[in-house]
Design a binder for this molecule. Structure first.
Ligand code: 5BU
Length: 259
């Protein structure tokens, strides 16, 4: 167990990225650090799970490009659901191109910038990617949007390690108002950022395609603030029961660490 840092209080008052205090207050008031990875292929399934578990999660992550009937209007419906149940919407788009291209993609056909509070971004192309996303937003929306930089990945043999990960941390330091934190597998980077961790399951060790899992408690011990859980929940016989268990165990572990 590591010592109790006054990190939450610090981040609540001093964060340049305004979505950090917003998310932390949602987490505190709902007692949850669980992000459901709602990797469903129909929008109806996403709506259904929002009503079922909206009160137990702090964020809902989607891949809009796997939802067969997705549209920009459905994105706005998801935003309404997130306001009703008070969670943030993450589009796990993993933007990775040059600034000018991601700018078009972010505001493009599916209007991701209109409905996703947070999007995920790779650092492979350098800081222009984050810059490009920023320029897609009108000035008055900048404080309502943030990005998560992918510093490390949960999959076997990931190349996002070592100097690459360090480079991603440097990109984050250039945009402290727009970068909320990292998707990562360790407590990487400065404590002003939040660490979001995928690769979590209550029963499996991995899948057949390279995903690697750990328990919620292990994820927090590795440095997670927010736990991203997908198939453990959505493939369960009783997804609501599994959400509640992940919420309870994840938040208890996070609270005990005093992150
Ligand atoms: P799972 O069903 O809990 O394995 O889903 C994990 C989700 O997190 C899935 O949507 C992935 O695209 C996403 N993910 C991941 O698994 N590992 C990573 O390193 C990153 C994202 Br970045």
């Amino acid at each position: 167990k590591i010592p109790n840092y006054p990190m939450q209080a610090d981040r609540l008052t001093n964060s340049e990225c305004k979505l950090i205090p917003k998310l932390l207050s949602i987490m505190k008031s709902k007692q949850t650090n669980l992000c459901l990875s709602a990797d469903y292929t129909s929008f109806e399934a996403i709506e259904k799970i929002c009503h079922q578990v909206g009160n137990y999660i702090c964020a809902l992550k989607v891949h809009h490009d796997i939802i067969e009937d997705f549209s920009a209007e459905k994105g706005l419906m998801l935003k309404e659901l997130s306001e009703k149940y008070q969670f943030l919407v993450v589009e796990d788009r993993k933007f990775a191109d040059i600034g000018n291209t991601v700018k078009e993609q972010y505001a493009g056909k599916f209007k991701v910038s209109d409905w996703a509070d947070i999007v995920t971004v790779h650092g492979i192309a350098g800081s222009g990617t984050v810059e490009g996303l920023k320029t897609a937003l009108p000035e008055e929306m900048l404080q309502e949007r943030a990005v998560l930089l992918i510093a490390e990945m949960s999959s076997d043999g990931s190349l996002a390690v070592g100097d690459y990960s360090k480079g991603v941390l440097e990109i984050a330091e250039k945009f402290p108002d727009f970068v909320m934190g990292f998707v990562c597998q360790s407590r990487i980077g400065s404590d002003k950022f939040l660490r979001w961790m995928p690769g979590i399951h209550l029963a499996a060790e991995g899948d057949s395609l390279g995903q690697k899992y750990k328990l919620p408690e292990a994820a927090v011990a590795q440095g997670a603030d927010i736990l991203i859980v997908g198939r453990c929940i959505i493939n369960a016989d009783d997804p609501v029961a599994v959400v509640k268990e992940c919420q309870k165990r994840g938040y208890a572990a996070w609270d005990a660490f005093g992150y």
